[in-house]
Design a binder for this molecule. Structure first.
Ligand SMILES: Nc1ncnc2c1ncn2[C@@H]1O[C@H](COP(=O)(O)OP(=O)(O)OP(=O)(O)O)[C@@H](O)[C@H]1O
Length: 479
């Protein structure tokens, strides 16, 4: 393009319209050349202004900038109040145990202490008494994934497996032994609910209950940890987790703990605890994470004290696979810590392995999960082997380890080597029918419950998988 053309308007400038430009490098307040000393000091007169031709070629752009968003207003987006720390998690984990829109079921009876161990009650639905609901809520036995929020009162179906598990618990307590059980089975068959039933049975029969609602909280490095001085190999405590556990434990077991007394004095605790103090007072000394581990140790020693009257104890844990592998914690040398080196987890695994037992008898029950669980080949293999060994002679072949696989964990095998495996299957048709009649009486199932409907929903639910049946029959009613 020709340099003599105006770049903005394409008008050819004439020599007369060109502005007289002052060279930019000459400072304005410097005196022009002069012949006298007097003139030399005077300020120069301003140069006569040249009228501006808007079409003339400008050396520099001046004036307004063109802004494209001139007529746009800045929108103020109101995002509301930001949720406080922990608020989202609390919302996600909230449990509602009642639905006022569901009908009360007139024929429903409240659960009594012996109901779940009685084989005559198989395929019957029982409601949980209000006091028991509080205890189960305190120890976080209800899960947000279960369908409690659909019914008027929380109720459970007694199944064959329920009677079996409760029978083993009763027998162990009667013989001052500790039953060691692992509940396994397909997804949504009701393993967590079986744990809840075991806890309900224990509370109604005045046992002491310790419950770990989700084992992954212990091993995913989401809670503080510290090495315990004087342990070899080093074990780690988790003071914050243990504090929360003691507080829930105290709320849930208040009645029994106030009737159980200390066997020794505990001067090491934040408050001095003397002999014959209720265990409830001992639990109340756990107020800060700093002293929580010492309180837990004292409480554990008391629960395991021999030669003093102790009620049966139930220790339950949901999500077994999470504690049967390396944890996400690291040692000071940055090596992964095995879950069994976490001291709290070790208390559980020692019981499950049969190395320790409760003095007044009881049970230790772990449930596997299919929804949220890492793959642990050692655990899967040992549980399959145990199941085959327990089957009637020759009914199942005992699985063998893969000779080319190097990932088996000896520590896991030694813990699970002698446990009893209980498989939770789909419900039978009479059990399914009873539950569906309860759904219909609650106003959640509109169809008439007959043989045809039961068979249809039972088949749709993968041969009586209760969670799947709920989906098939009540999915439109989910809140
Ligand atoms: N005995 C029962 N009485 C009433 N409802 C039951 C019973 N057993 C299971 N259910 C229902 O089935 C659903 C699945 O139960 P649960 O959460 O115990 O399954 P799960 O086997 O632990 O599943 P996952 O393998 O995913 O952990 C729940 O909504 C629960 O209400």
């Amino acid at each position: 393009m020709s340099a003599s053309k105006c770049l903005r308007c394409l008008v050819r400038p004439s020599p007369t319209t060109l502005p007289v430009s002052v060279p930019q490098h000459v400072p304005k307040n410097i005196a022009p050349f002069s012949t006298t000393g007097a003139k030399a000091g005077q300020n120069p007169k301003p140069a006569p202004s040249v009228p501006k031709n808007p079409n003339a070629l400008q050396p520099y752009r001046s004036g307004k900038k063109m802004t494209l968003s001139k007529f746009k207003k800045n929108k103020v987006i109101d995002r509301g109040k930001a949720p406080l720390p922990g608020e989202r998690k609390a919302w996600r984990k909230r449990i509602s145990l009642s639905n006022d829109n569901a009908l009360p079921v007139p024929w429903l009876t409240q659960m009594r202490p012996g109901d779940m161990a009685d084989s005559g009650n198989v395929a019957k639905v029982f409601s949980l008494p209000a006091g028991l609901q509080d205890q189960l809520r305190a120890c976080e036995a209800f899960k947000p994934t279960q369908s409690w929020n659909m019914f008027r009162t929380p109720s459970v179906l007694v199944r064959n497996e329920t009677v079996d598990v409760m029978g083993r618990m009763q027998q162990a307590a009667g013989e001052n032994k500790t039953a060691r059980l692992v509940l396994t089975g397909d997804k949504f068959t009701g393993k967590s609910l079986m744990l809840l039933q075991a806890m309900a049975h224990a509370y109604l029969n005045e046992w002491i209950v310790i419950h770990v609602p989700d084992a992954q909280e212990l091993t995913t490095a989401s809670t503080e940890y510290a090495p315990i001085p004087g342990t070899d190999p080093v074990q780690y405590m988790q003071p914050n987790y243990v504090l929360k556990l003691i507080q829930n434990f105290r709320k849930a077991n208040e009645a029994v703990l106030s009737k159980t007394y200390t066997a020794t004095a505990h001067p090491e605790l934040p408050q001095n605890i003397t002999v014959n103090t209720p265990l409830l007072n001992l639990c109340q000394t756990a107020k800060e994470p700093e002293g929580a581990w010492v309180v837990f140790r004292a409480l554990w020693n008391e629960l395991m004290a021999k030669n003093v009257p102790r009620p049966p104890i139930l220790f339950t844990l949901d999500g077994l696979a999470h504690i049967m592998k390396m944890s996400d914690y690291r040692s000071p040398s940055f090596e992964l810590i095995h879950s069994h080196d976490l001291a709290f987890v070790r208390h559980f695994t020692e019981l499950l392995a049969g190395n320790t037992s409760f003095p007044g008898g009881g049970a230790v029950i772990a449930a596997t999960s299919r929804s949220n669980a890492p793959r642990v080949p050692s655990m899967e293999l040992v549980l399959a082997q145990r199941e085959a060994e327990q089957a009637p002679r020759g009914a199942a072949e005992v699985p063998q380890p893969d000779p080319f696989f190097r990932g088996y964990d000896k520590r896991v095998e030694s813990v699970l080597r002698s446990v009893d495996v209980v498989r939770v299957n789909g419900a039978s048709k009479p059990e399914a029918r009873s539950l569906m009649e309860y759904w219909a009486a609650s106003g959640l199932l509109r169809d008439t419950v007959d043989e045809k409907l039961v068979t249809e929903k039972w088949a749709l639910g993968g041969n009586g998988v209760l969670g799947e049946m709920e989906r098939a029959a009540l999915m439109t009613m989910r809140i």
